[in-house]
Design a protein around this ligand. Structure first.
Ligand code: AMP
Length: 445
């Protein structure tokens, strides 16, 4: 038979066993942070209707225009399954590019307005964007997100930013900054966009091709262009903070005051816009600190903001909300780059070494008993020599080995070997599990 050449899809990666410790470390810390702040988990489908994202993220954004993975609707014979079902089958479906719109949909769909507000939800999982794969950009990547829905108070903006910043510190990342800006409400943003276009109109020909398109399609994004050619014009551009109405100004001022109170350092960044239509008022991102030549915004660890109008767009009553998502790959890349040590939970507790047919049989039972007690136990029952089994235990950094040979089986004993110090002692086979319990602290009982 001809061989099949298989390879992962471009921009989508396997996460191999040796990297799992980073994922575990990130998820453990995220879960602890989310739960300690009263968030509950929500999971939502990977596939959603395209329309969910088109109106909310915005038709003119890169995500919608260029990066959606769409699944064409099935072309089917007209069915007798009712008009609604037929209509649904004709809808274009997409792989979710982000989590906020789905969470907002679920909030409405499941009547969460009737719960005590705010509703605080967290999620983790893969997202899909058909971007050009490059450092920091994959087509399948993972996000860990927090959403607080149903409360307008600026103290929530500050609390969420503080939570995000504390989480990054827990991940042992020290060199980062919180970038923050306010893009105001839709009304004052419209005024600002007009001013921005007035400013850029006469210099349009000097801008990069993308910015020339952004000028009419998504003018706010003119401010976060990374092209060198466009940088010098940004400096003279009008700034959103000057166009905030009184309420937006007061909101933003309070967010910053609360952040000062919480001692969360931040940098005001008037060019930060986030680019998606559903954002209102506070927007923020967490950037790693980088060498001069590199642009930290390309490697943002996460970002978020308020989306006070999103829920009402779905027909719900006006419901303010704020959210944030961390990019798992960006964080893990940084942990590796900075050589940050992450404890591996994959190391087994015990290696059972056996010699001879009788011992091999007895060790099966011993392994089961230890696993029943939730120890992580491994063995190499296919290997014959004690030396090679101990060598393997050593290589895998297992702290304890239990050795069972023909003599031990006949005596009803087991040898316990401390793999770090090399000390050995003999325990009775009956008591060995209790002996191990004394020596190894166990998690998750
Ligand atoms: P966003 O809301 O689009 O700014 O995404 C939040 C975070 O997710 C970013 O700061 C990145 O760390 C991460 N992220 C977004 N898009 C990608 C991608 N295509 N590949 C890898 N990570 C991404």
């Amino acid at each position: 038979m001809a061989k099949i050449h298989v390879q992962a899809v471009r921009g989508m990666r396997d996460i191999l066993p040796q990297d799992q410790k980073y994922w575990q470390f990130l998820e453990d810390n995220f879960l602890k942070t989310a739960k300690s702040a009263g968030f509950s988990r929500i999971s939502f489908p990977i596939v959603e209707k395209a329309s969910l994202f088109e109106r909310t993220i915005g038709e003119e954004t890169d995500i919608i225009e260029k990066e959606m993975y769409s699944l064409a609707p099935k072309t089917k014979e007209p069915s007798d399954r009712g008009k609604d079902k037929e209509k649904e089958e004709k809808e274009t479906l997409v792989l979710r590019p982000e989590g906020t719109a789905s969470v907002a949909r679920a909030y409405i769909e499941h009547g969460m307005q009737t719960l005590p507000q705010p509703v605080q939800l967290y999620y983790t999982g893969p997202m899909f964007r058909h971007d050009r794969p490059q450092k920091g950009r994959q087509r399948q990547f993972h996000q860990l997100g927090l959403e607080i829905i149903g409360e307008l108070d600026p103290i929530l903006d500050a609390q969420l930013i503080s939570l995000a910043s504390r989480l990054i510190k827990k991940l042992k990342i020290r060199d980062f900054t919180v970038q923050i800006n306010s893009i105001g409400c839709t009304k004052c943003r419209a005024k600002f966009i007009k001013k921005l276009q007035e400013y850029y109109k006469p210099i349009l020909k000097n801008l990069c091709p993308d910015c020339r398109k952004r000028y009419s399609k998504n003018p706010l994004r003119l401010l976060d262009c990374k092209e060198l050619a466009c940088q010098e014009y940004k400096a003279g551009a009008p700034q959103m903070v000057d166009y905030l109405d009184q309420e937006d100004q007061a909101h933003f001022r309070q967010v910053l005051e609360y952040l000062d109170e919480l001692e969360v350092p931040y940098e005001l960044n008037t060019y930060l816009v986030r680019g998606l239509d559903y954002y209102t008022r506070t927007v923020f991102e967490i950037w790693p600190k980088m060498e001069e030549a590199e642009d930290p915004s390309r490697f943002a660890l996460g970002g978020g903001g308020r989306y006070d109008d999103l829920i009402s767009l779905f027909g719900g009553k006006p419901t303010p909300a704020i959210g944030f998502a961390l990019g798992a790959e960006s964080i893990i890349e940084l942990l590796k780059e900075k050589e940050i040590k992450v404890a591996s939970r994959e190391i087994p507790d015990i290696f059972v070494v056996q010699l001879g047919e009788l011992a091999k049989k007895k060790s099966l039972k011993l392994i089961e008993e230890l696993r029943e007690e939730s120890f992580k136990v491994i063995s190499a029952l296919g290997k014959e020599s004690i030396k090679s089994q101990l060598r393997l235990a050593d290589k895998l950094k297992v702290p304890l080995a239990l050795i069972l040979g023909h003599k031990e089986v006949l005596d009803g004993t087991v040898i316990i070997r401390d793999m770090h110090g090399g000390m050995q002692e003999t325990a009775s086979a009956e008591n060995v599990v209790d002996e191990i319990k004394k020596r190894l602290p166990r998690e998750n009982f």
